[in-house]
Design a binder for this molecule. Structure first.
Ligand code: PHE
Length: 337
């Protein structure tokens, strides 16, 4: 009798070991047949309980039933374990291609600004920068806008404090540069500018590239030559420019520079409103009044300056109808450039 009980325990242990070690369903099924199949070792043993003398049957029967229960439970657990590793293997398919992180790119405005600066660098200019929060002095006064003068009205200024404002143009960098350097000065100054303007061609925050040349014997011919070289390089080799009289407090004479319409080439269309020309930038010969603020001698040097709208240049070059496309962050738009 005790021999049978020991046999039950030993077979049960072998069965549990076999089930725990089974690495796949085939191994497990083989072990199940060996122990729990119709002719399995545990099954036969259970059956043999019936051949025992009547007084030994209850104890042996109970032991055999418990061994059966434990072993079947272990088999069930092993089934679940194998099913789980199978599904994990399916979830991790190492042959699938990796997921790429999308690579970003420069925004169209940054690219246009870089492109503009590079053209001027090839023409001998260096790039400088100035602050976006400016003082009244640099944004207006030293640029020959007297306090309370109507010429300030055009500038739609956003003030942030007493005599402190968001620069309305990059022209203050002209003054900051001349204060620091002696002629010859050949600089471009890219950056953000701000005005209380908001419609399909104006955004309250926009971008300009300022240009300033102060050197010996600079004339309006230099202004026209440099800006014509820029226009043919930035737009297309046959882009014509024209100068139109204008007014800025810090240039004298002043000129608005137009380019031949990028759409119709000058014949007249909807984009240029029939005129054949598109306004590109403001420019002029540096007003000698500025030299007093920075200690240059107007008898020795002369110069020209210009201020180019980057957003506008990008819109003309790429045929954009609404400036907002540049600021909405819609990838369907941005990814085209
Ligand atoms: N600062 C002027 C503007 O934003 C443009 C300009 C720059 C004109 C330099 C002349 C010379 O309107």
């Amino acid at each position: 009798m005790s021999g049978l009980l020991e046999k039950i325990v030993s077979i049960q242990n072998s069965a549990l070991q076999a089930f725990n070690q089974a690495a796949n369903s085939q191994d497990l099924e083989k072990a199940r047949v060996e122990f729990l199949g119709t002719k399995g070792r545990l099954t036969e043993l259970t059956r043999s309980v019936g051949t025992l003398p009547a007084e030994e049957r209850p104890q042996a029967g109970q032991a055999a039933n418990e061994a059966l229960k434990t072993t079947k439970a272990a088999h069930q657990k092993a089934l679940e374990r194998i099913a789980e590793t199978k599904s994990q293997k399916a979830a991790l398919d190492v042959t699938l291609p990796g997921r790429r992180r999308p690579v970003g790119r420069q925004h169209l405005i940054s690219r246009t600004m870089t492109e503009i600066c590079e053209i001027f660098e090839r023409l001998g200019f260096t790039v400088v920068e100035g602050p976006e929060v400016e003082t009244d002095y640099y944004n207006f006064e030293a640029l020959n806008f007297p306090a309370d003068h109507p010429s300030r009205d055009m500038q739609e200024t956003l003030f942030v404090g007493n005599k402190l404002l968001l620069r309305t143009h990059t022209s203050p960098v002209q003054i900051r540069t001349m204060e620091k350097r002696r002629p010859p000065v050949w600089i471009v100054a890219p950056g953000k500018t701000y005005r209380r303007d908001d419609d399909i061609t104006h955004s309250p925050m926009f971008h300009q590239v300022e240009g300033l040349v102060v050197d010996k014997g600079i004339t309006m011919a230099d202004l026209k030559g440099i800006l014509s070289a820029f226009a043919t390089s930035f737009f297309s080799p046959d882009t014509a420019i024209r100068l139109r009289p204008s007014f800025f407090p810090f240039t004298e004479p002043s000129a608005e520079v137009d380019i031949a319409c990028v759409l119709c080439g000058g014949r007249g269309c909807r984009l240029c409103k029939g005129s054949g020309w598109l306004e590109l930038l403001g420019s002029g010969m540096v007003d000698p009044a500025l030299y007093k603020f920075v200690g240059y001698d107007p008898r020795e040097v002369s110069g020209f300056a210009f201020g180019l709208g980057v957003d506008r240049a990008a819109m003309l070059k790429y045929g954009l109808s609404n400036i907002r496309h540049l600021y909405e962050g819609d990838l369907r738009f941005l990814e085209q450039f």
